[in-house]
Design a binder for this molecule. Sequence first.
Ligand code: NAD
Length: 508
Amino acid sequence: MQDILTLLGITDTNKGTSTGAQWLASTGQTITSNSPVNGQHIANVVVTDAEGYEAVMQKAGEAFQEWRLWPSPKRGEVVRQVAEALRKYKEPLGKLVSYEMGKSLQEGYGEVQEMIDICDFAVGLSRQLHGLTMHSERPGHRMYEQWHPLGVVGIISAFNFPVAVWSWNAALAWVCGDVCVWKPSEKTPLCAIACQHIVAEVFAKNNVPEGVCNVVIGERDLGERIANDTRIPLVSATGSTRMGKAVGAAVGARLGRSLLELGGNNAIIISKDADLDMALIGCVFGAVGTAGQRCTTTRRLIIHEDVYDSFKNKLVAAYKQLRIGDPLDQNNHVGPLIDKGAVDQYLQSIEKCKKEGGQFVVEGGVLEGSGYESGCYVKPCIAEAQPNYEIVQHETFAPILYLMKYKTFEEAVAIQNGVPQGLSSSIMTLNLREAEQFLSSAGSDCGIANVNIGTSGAEIGGAFGGEKETGGGRESGSDAWRIYMRRQTNTINYTTSLPLAQGIKFDL
Ligand code: NAD
């Protein structure tokens, strides 16, 4: 791992405040990054202090004045080169993601691939930031709209996607002409330091002004500083619903824009007409992938009574095959949770479920002994539960899967929608009528609704995000770029008179 850290520019103690190629001195404390894989200390990062933050904001403001004037396709060309650099560093960066965050190596590589994909998408987008042309009601007038760069975009990200979520925002923001200030999760600061080194090299080669890509390191208080900073017109925040409520309120109070990507409580409906073998793979990957620490993790299965027992037996058999251990060993399916605090939450949720009447058909527990020294490895477990249990309504960021039974399709949709969150959902069925009803306005209330694939994972081409307590934000593909720009409506009069709209008369 030492070779990889060196290659990615990480030393024993790293500066955590950067405006691009420059790393600014800060006098603050340090954050320690420990790997959940083996419990070992990886490196320290110096926290951004108030002075460092001001220096970054000053530089970001200056950089925006220049960057907004670059033609968008030229900005796209720089982002194309960022994608090339990420291709070059895919292996070491993917390994660092896996080592610092604990997800499987395949998923670490997948995360870097997602960064490459969004950069490629953004390159094309840089020539397509279209506005509309409208017909004016006044003769000799032309009306159209254009999209202008917005300014400084604050990005607050969660630990579970330590690099991809930032790139979803940054790649689009850059082609839109914005500059970014990124505060990564305090649990995964090294992934951010590595990304900053990779981007800075490309930016320097292209004479991109210092201050277009900024990183600041700190905990919740630094996130609050960003949320309250009136110089930041857009704050994109990914994390828990608790965090989103605080950020949304702070940004709203100053009438800024927020893009919130918060917790999920995702369900799959297993119809009696499902291909059960195919459904099994989607459910197991969705429930145990990233050790249940994806916002799109499958947390609930709503199973038709006719196939309930047979599908439950398949699941129990599949869980017996799971190999839990070092995520960098590609033979393992499930890695560790992020830290011991997450392990405590997992244990408390199991207890709570039992108290409410839940019956565990696959028991949970913390693994001990050789290979599990970090104390962060837990057993994925399955409980039979009722939809109204408090714990079932709550997102526990761990591999706990709840099974529920249904009789009618309407009942299944009501259970699926009957939680505060609204991120991802799916139905496994070969029945066309059911599939279409699930996707109709009377079906799933989530931002993502799938048929015959699981809830977990998404491609960058679609807009990503969810409703209700998931926060309502949309990132990544489709027209998600619009939130990073300001819309301006222009009306031009090319006549010699000045007719007013709505036929209003005003003579001097
Ligand atoms: P978290 O809310 O604890 O922290 C996320 C980030 O917010 C961190 O950088 C943290 O420092 C910062 N933060 C915390 N409180 C803040 C506040 N009051 N003001 C400003 N910043 C604050 O979340 P986490 O444990 O890192 O991540 C797990 C959560 O993220 C889960 O709920 C998961 O579902 C969610 N998530 C959602 C998506 C999505 O796209 N919907 C994607 C990934 C993760």
